[in-house]
Design a protein around this ligand. Structure first.
Ligand SMILES: [Mg+2]
Length: 262
């Protein structure tokens, strides 16, 4: 099924407005990635998605709703106490999720566990792990990055949503990881690609290319795709780190829905 990223963005805004709480900016920066992964892969089946930047989960709830895997009634439970649709992914309450995340920095380690498990069981499928760029300030990310190339496994793709923002502002103001990200990840033994994270064809081509791991035999390295994205992408005034976790007013809601079209 074809998925329109702006349809997902509109659902995210509706969820956040309905509960007057939730994360828009980091959800919007990965709308195109989410669309490609759910169009092309068996996420929740043989392929796994570990959303390390767990606060962006509204975009996942939006795509699950678009695909008919969760209902209108389910969406109404967003951010309610004990609901399956927590503000961060909760695998126990919503088995469609492949991992419980939200405490940043842990997703890649969980994804590596799935990669090892798939290898031990001789299972097909790919493990996708999506990290935020602010999240790269967590040390555990670098422990995982330095370990995985040593496994020589090739069923995991690490994806970094390089949207330049985090809860507190611009990532460049908090970390040297803002610059030369490709070079830094490569130095840990990964094969890296930096692409336009809002171009679905580029995402599709590079993810499919890296999923055909045969070419990686040459350099024997795992794959890390860095998505050059804009936090809050799709609505002009939301393209600012201030929209990490902010609720639009009624007037802003109308403008946003108009800009998103569809
Ligand atoms: Mg970020």
């Amino acid at each position: 099924m074809k998925i329109n990223p702006n349809v997902l963005r509109k659902k995210v805004i509706d969820m956040v407005v309905a509960k007057q709480s939730g994360h828009i900016g980091g959800a919007f920066s990965m709308a195109e990635l989410t669309s490609v992964l759910y169009e092309d892969y068996d996420i929740g089946g043989k392929d796994k998605l570990i959303l390390s930047k767990g606060h962006a989960v509204p975009i996942i709830y939006a795509v699950l709703h678009e695909l008919g895997q969760i209902s209108d009634d389910d969406l109404d439970l967003f951010r309610e106490i004990d609901s399956p649709l927590q503000g961060h992914p909760d695998k126990l309450r919503l088995p469609l999720m492949d991992a419980t995340t939200g405490s940043l920095g842990q997703g890649l380690s969980i994804a590596i566990g799935h990669s090892l498990g798939k290898d031990l069981r001789g299972e097909d499928g790919t493990v996708f792990c999506v990290l935020g760029d602010g999240e790269l300030q967590e040390g555990q990310v670098w422990e995982a990055l330095m370990y995985y190339p040593k496994t020589k496994l090739n069923n995991l793709i690490c994806i970094i949503d390089w949207n330049k923002g985090q809860n507190d502002g611009y990532t460049k103001d908090f970390s040297i990881m803002y610059d030369n990200l490709e070079e830094r990840i490569s130095s840990f033994g990964w094969h890296t690609n930096l692409i336009d994270g809002h171009d679905m064809e580029q995402i599709r081509n590079i993810v499919n290319f890296n999923r055909d791991f045969s070419h990686l035999a040459e350099d024997d390295k795992p794959s890390c795709v860095i998505l050059d994205t804009v936090k809050g992408k799709g609505v002009s005034f939301m393209e600012d780190p201030a929209w990490h976790c902010k609720v639009p007013t009624e007037e802003e809601y109308e403008i946003a829905m108009k800009e998103l079209g569809v």
